[in-house]
Write a protein that binds this ligand. Structure first.
Ligand SMILES: Nc1ncnc2c1ncn2[C@@H]1O[C@H](COP(=O)(O)OP(=O)(O)OP(=O)(O)O)[C@@H](O)[C@H]1O
Ligand SMILES: [Mg+2]
Length: 342
């Protein structure tokens, strides 16, 4: 099994990075039964101390912490080399590496390419959301890279007081890159008290416990999907469709009715396209959202993805894309399509 590498980061302090990193690592070991390393890239060592001291009811021997000193005073090259080397060593004998890092601009942005997922925790407060948005915007060239497998962004609503509020708030935001919206992690006073003692998946706070299990399941699924995508040599064609609901129906119906090759028609051959349109999952399960095009997100955008498995179908893929492009050209503000190598 290929090692899943997940980074939890942001530049803002106190947003819950270390709590999420330590608890996600514990969940990977206990729930998903993976040999897991918590890679602590922060000087404070908050998350690694939690792993070292926290009680796991059935400590499976699958979990360990690796704190790494990233020197900030020796320039970008040295800092990035240290971080990359730590990640390589952590991944040597692990099935999952969960890294905790307060982003520091001394690191090269390209370090993010070493991960499948980049989780950015944020509360719903306007100040934190604005800061997260600014942070994500600075990395858009990494998340939007098409010349190599790009890490996928996961926004993690953290310390959420009102569950009903989070989709509404996130739906109003306009993000410059596509992202997964993780199930929220609720605010809990027990979350604070459990530091270095126990893990959220065994918390006495039932709401926190259930939410965290749901959260870690979603993260594992996002990471697995991302791995499958990278492993597949197939060309990936993505159509991003902004739904004006009527237009989306029209688009989906047109695809279903098209007599073009089955490989291009997820409605006719879902096996070739396991994730097509399945991105419309229940909000609590995590949601894949496209933020490009200046449109609001959440329910108003949907992504359809087609994996084309054979070289023979590439020509048809190209012609179908041309058709989609022609349609896009006639409705430029509503629909666009693009080709991307997976
Ligand atoms: N779900 C939660 N509910 C309530 N409090 C929380 C929750 N998650 C974290 N906290 C608290 O928020 C504070 C910051 O959390 P944490 O240390 O995990 O954030 P951080 O982003 O790693 O901070 P730093 O930037 O200092 O490394 C801590 O006091 C922690 O106990
Ligand atoms: Mg921390």
């Amino acid at each position: 099994m290929q090692t899943q590498k997940i980074l939890i980061t942001s530049q803002k302090g106190g947003v819950g990075k270390s709590s999420i990193a330590a608890n996600l690592a514990a969940a990977y070991a206990v729930q998903h039964q993976r040999r897991t390393v918590l890679l602590d890239l922060d000087h404070q060592g908050t998350s690694s101390k939690w792993i070292q001291d926290g009680q796991l009811a059935h400590r499976p021997g699958l979990l360990r912490a690796m704190p790494i000193e990233v020197p900030n005073d020796k320039g970008a090259g040295v800092a990035t080399l240290h971080a990359k080397d730590g990640l390589r060593r952590a991944g040597r004998d692990a099935e999952a590496v969960i890294a905790d890092l307060t982003w520091n601009d001394v690191l090269h942005k390209e370090f993010l390419f070493d991960f499948e997922l980049v989780l950015v925790p944020t509360s719903l407060s306007p100040i934190e959301l604005a800061s997260s948005l600014e942070f994500i915007s600075r990395f858009r060239s990494i998340f939007n890279a098409s010349d190599r497998p790009a890490p996928e962004l996961v926004i993690v609503p953290s310390r959420v007081q009102n569950e009903n509020e989070y989709l509404e708030v996130m739906g109003r935001m306009d993000f410059p890159v596509a992202f997964h919206l993780a199930p929220p992690i609720p605010y809990s006073s027990l979350a604070q008290e459990s530091y270095r003692r126990e893990f959220f998946l065994h918390s006495q706070d039932e709401t926190l416990r259930h939410a965290f299990v749901r959260f870690s399941n979603a993260i594992e699924r996002f990471a697995s999907l991302r791995q499958r995508k990278a492993e597949s040599r197939a060309l990936t064609i993505s159509h991003r469709v902004s739904t004006e609901a009527g237009l989306l129906r029209e688009f989906v119906a047109a695809r279903a009715a098209r007599s073009a090759p089955t490989a291009l028609n997820p409605a006719l051959n879902p096996a070739l396209n396991p994730v097509a349109l399945s991105d419309q999952v229940a909000p609590g399960e995590g949601l894949r959202v496209n933020g490009a095009g200046g449109r609001p997100i959440a329910a108003s955008l949907v992504r359809a993805r087609v994996n084309v498995g054979t070289a023979a179908s590439l020509a048809s893929a190209a012609s179908a894309t041309s058709a989609a492009n022609a349609k896009a050209a006639s409705q430029p503000s509503k629909l666009f399509a693009f080709l991307r190598r997976g």
